[in-house]
Design a protein around this ligand. Sequence first.
Ligand SMILES: [Fe+2]
Length: 574
Amino acid sequence: MRVLGINAIFHDPAAALVIDGRVVAAAEEERFSRRKHGKRPVPFAAWELPELSAAWCLSAAGLRPEDLDAVAYSFDPALVRDPTELGLEDPWDWLRVRYAERAPQFLAAALPGLDSGIVRFVPHHVAHAASAGLAAPAADGNPATDGNPATDGNPAVGDSQRTGHDMAVLVLDGRGEAASHLSGVYRDGVLHELAAQQLPHSLGLLYEDLTRHLGFVHSSDEYKVMALASYGQPRHLGLLRDLVRTTDDGGFTIERIDWGSLAKPRPAEAELTDEHADLAASVQARLEEVILDLAGWLHEAAGGPSTLTLAGGVALNCVANARLAAQSPYRRIWVQPAAGDAGTALGAALHVAATGGDRPVPMPGADLGRGWSDDELEAELRRAALPYTRPESIAAEAARTLAADGLVAWFQGRSEYGPRALGHRSLLAHPGRPDTTARMNDVKGREQFRPIAPMVRAERAAEIFEGMLPSPYMLFVHRVRDSWRDRIPAVVHVDGTARVQTVSAENEPLVAEMLAEFDRLTGLPVVINTSLNTAGRPMVDTPREAMELFGSAPIDLLALGPFAVRRADLATNR
Ligand SMILES: [Fe+2]
């Protein structure tokens, strides 16, 4: 079956194409439209479709809209309930529902040739669940997997189909049609739902409310609140344990929280105080406890599966994920790298493919977006009249620049699906100097309290970092071993942790080669890796955007495929 998945309803519009159970392309609309998160997270934006990413997915596979067997839309308007009945203050909810109901016609208009009759509505949380339980690679008997089907066993079939193993799935987000949570288990590729928490109770909306109260942008800046939490003390944990409770049927309840009584609301850009950090720490701590409880309940209800898969925006909370890895009864935890709503495009498509008889194949990696051939990259460089070379090894060239404390814009292969740069559209730097964090945050216009993440050679990761390894998608924090803190100070957060991406030669040969060379030059198998973008803009997707960013920021080397553009050469050229 040829299935196009579409996420359009709330935020992070995205498209994904699944052919015979295998994901061949997936991309977020923001990378095309250059508008961060694709659109505003408001009901009257629900009509906006991921037109550009959907058209690209089709063209990448050489398909026309009329060649599709189904379009999977990750929201089912028939499941929506009256917002007043759900206790939501959402006067525009009806508008969102109307737009969703008309989505098949909108899609047919956006993709000429498409038959609106092939559009299927997939329940929002089922789409999230499928993006985890049907996309996770097979287990290999180790506590964790490197995410590479080639090393994990039979690459053709997902774990739940291959071995009959059950895979638990926990979905937590702001909201779907009428719920904010799904607990279930995949048995032989079929989802069995075990619990679902109805609105208005929502851990995602709780965290969004906190984000707004602390002066950040909700549905966008929640990861900043998570970083801020490390600076505070969970002074309000006792109160939050009263207000946010798990129930014995696998769900939870949240009473109204008077945020203003816990910390003064912070206007955007105003100073962050200890009061704000303490509130963030308190909510973060309670969130972790509740997630642990939900995961524990699910383990028992599902009959003790060894693997837990996670999706939904809350699963991007890597501090909570690390606590799950350390304290939950599961041996292995896999988080969908596009855990936010963008990932529902992939999940909806996998769900429709699976229910249509195809056997879903685990996703091979997060590099599912656009890519360019070497010839195309060279043509772009010529068009820009930039001086460039083709060094013997771009990986070695980048490593040398990094070892000399230079910044490297690293543009390689296909772009990432999901919010993390994973070595395809990355900005790299030396991790050995404490002032590098400030320098990188300056380049990117980021808040100084935010940590910068490391990538590390998989074979040496356990020497340096504690916790569940390998971790190919940067979705867990890991304690940095004491002996390494002074050696890689730029990537150690205030709480002594780092959000690690492990890199193996099997999964990411070019990045692994760069890390190996950097290790040889410096003795450090670790490089700072942050997304290739500047503040408020989506990640770079095209070569031209990479050149524009290189031209506007103090970056020493642009590694564009096999080609090197050096800042120093630009200076001599003048
Ligand atoms: Fe969602």
